[in-house]
Design a protein around this ligand. Structure first.
Ligand SMILES: Nc1ncnc2c1ncn2[C@@H]1O[C@H](COP(=O)(O)OP(=O)(O)OP(=O)(O)O)[C@@H](O)[C@H]1O
Length: 432
């Protein structure tokens, strides 16, 4: 048996997570604590009254004790293979980025949050960022992490901060920049080209529709319209680069992204190329306008207003190029696909891997979450479920996109993964 000692001070309660003999994990508590874990008030509530849940797989026992002394949490685990390759993930002090993504509801946030906790407990100052407009980091950590700014997460041994990106921020900045220039920015371009009416018409269309075969000869106008109707992906990429460039983020050696469900994330990843092309066209158009207006200026002697919205676009374009470089850097970045053992989820993961490959985003690991734990006596429902899951695992093993990835199998735990202690527990199972 290998013994892992974590450094944690518990509130006046004892806490134990014990697995049945079928599982290789045990988390037990004893007195003699060594370090401090500040429990969030919401998590403390969890321990306020005795609680005992036990099934074939995991038993969670929480008992209040009168003593105020620190308690030592000792995780005892049977020898495990280095399945996830966590040693490799944790080694080195140069900054690394891990993006976790997959279909909605498969456990992206739980896996991302547990990885962030594990990094922080391994000594890395860590940041966990949610790029999902429907943030769930606060729910997962059972702490209020909202507000679009860095918020310290209470609990882990080394600094862990969370950031839930605000999808409206860039849109607001862009709007402000447009207003500064005394007009609506992009619309000024369109009006200047006699395309104001077209801009209005394009405004009725959805971005996705605009992406499909733009009418010939109207490339530039379409490009403008696309950028004008910014989606949350623009906001997110903008902020990702903004915070990565900012000095206050330089302390973090591990940054974990909890990404939005597949569709959003793919749009986010393909955005740099798309914007590079679109903004390139807009800037060309801007040049044309600038030379035309300077000719007018020389005739009429009028000052041409500065188009600061266009400057903003130029800045956005530069940032997009950096985002693309970051997403594709095999030395520092990795996209971890999270899935569940169902045929539907596996099919989507296969498509996601293919798309990531197309975008040249490095992928090495696949987490199959919520696998039924081994059991000697399955009920009829469990037996059926297990059969389905085995079939899905077989599909993964023969799928051309997925079979080469390191397969990380994470069990279905019979309690809600919520709060730092539960995330630590999940992390010790998943990130071996
Ligand atoms: N291995 C597991 N065992 C038991 N419950 C789990 C496991 N993994 C995730 N869950 C639970 O499943 C639910 C969804 O998980 P989570 O929020 O991590 O998924 P998600 O993929 O981030 O969802 P969304 O796409 O909605 O953001 C949560 O209630 C979480 O506690």
């Amino acid at each position: 048996m290998a013994t892992i000692t974590t450094t944690t001070t518990l509130p006046p309660a004892s806490y134990s997570l014990l697995t049945s003999s079928t599982s290789s994990h045990k988390l037990v508590t004893s007195r003699n604590s060594t370090a401090s874990l500040g429990f969030p008030s919401s998590a403390t509530k969890l321990y306020a009254k005795p609680l005992s849940i036990s099934t074939g797989f995991v038993a969670l026992t929480v008992r209040r004790k009168p003593r105020r002394n620190s308690l030592k949490v000792r995780a005892v685990a049977a020898p495990v293979e280095d399945v996830a390759g966590f040693d490799d993930m944790v080694s080195g002090t140069q900054r690394k980025y891990y993006m976790l993504g997959g279909k909605g509801g498969v456990g992206k946030t739980s896996c991302a949050a547990s990885l962030a906790v594990k990094f922080a407990n391994s000594g890395h100052p860590t940041l966990v960022v949610s790029t999902d407009p429907a943030h769930s980091l606060s729910d997962s950590f059972a702490q209020d992490l909202t507000g679009g700014a860095l918020v310290p997460v209470e609990g882990p041994d080394s600094p862990l901060f969370a950031l839930e990106l605000n999808p409206e921020l860039f849109r607001e900045e862009f709007r402000a920049a447009s207003q500064q220039s005394g007009g609506t920015g992009v619309k000024d371009f369109m009006d200047g080209m006699g395309l104001g009416m077209l801009a209005e018409q394009l405004g009725e269309l959805k971005l996705g529709e605009l992406l499909d075969s733009p009418p010939p000869g109207l490339d530039e106008a379409i490009a403008i319209a696309k950028v004008r109707f910014l989606t949350s992906e623009y906001d997110i990429s903008w902020q990702v680069m903004q915070f990565l460039e900012s000095p206050e983020y330089s302390m973090f050696t591990r940054i974990v992204f909890d990404t939005a469900p597949t569709g959003h994330t793919l749009r986010l990843l393909s955005l740099p190329d798309f914007l590079d092309a679109s903004i390139g066209k807009i800037l060309k158009l801007r040049q044309k306008i600038a030379s035309a207006t300077s000719a007018i200026k020389s005739v009429l002697g009028q000052e041409v207003p500065k188009l600061s919205a266009a400057d903003k676009l130029e800045q956005l374009r530069e940032r997009m190029v950096k985002v693309r470089e970051l997403f594709r850097d095999t030395d520092s970045t990795e996209f971890v696909i999270v899935t569940i053992p169902t045929v539907m989820a596996v099919s989507e993961s296969s498509r996601l891997r293919a798309s990531l490959e197309k975008e040249k985003v490095p992928v090495k690991r696949l987490i199959v979450n919520q696998l039924l734990p081994p059991s000697a006596s399955d009920c009829k429902f469990c037996a059926m479920k297990r059969k389905d899951q085995t079939r899905a695992l077989d599909i993964i093993r023969s799928d051309p996109e997925l079979s080469s990835l390191t397969l990380i199998q994470a069990p279905l735990v019979d309690m809600e993964i919520r709060g730092v202690p539960a995330l630590r527990f999940l992390g010790d199972i998943v990130w071996k």
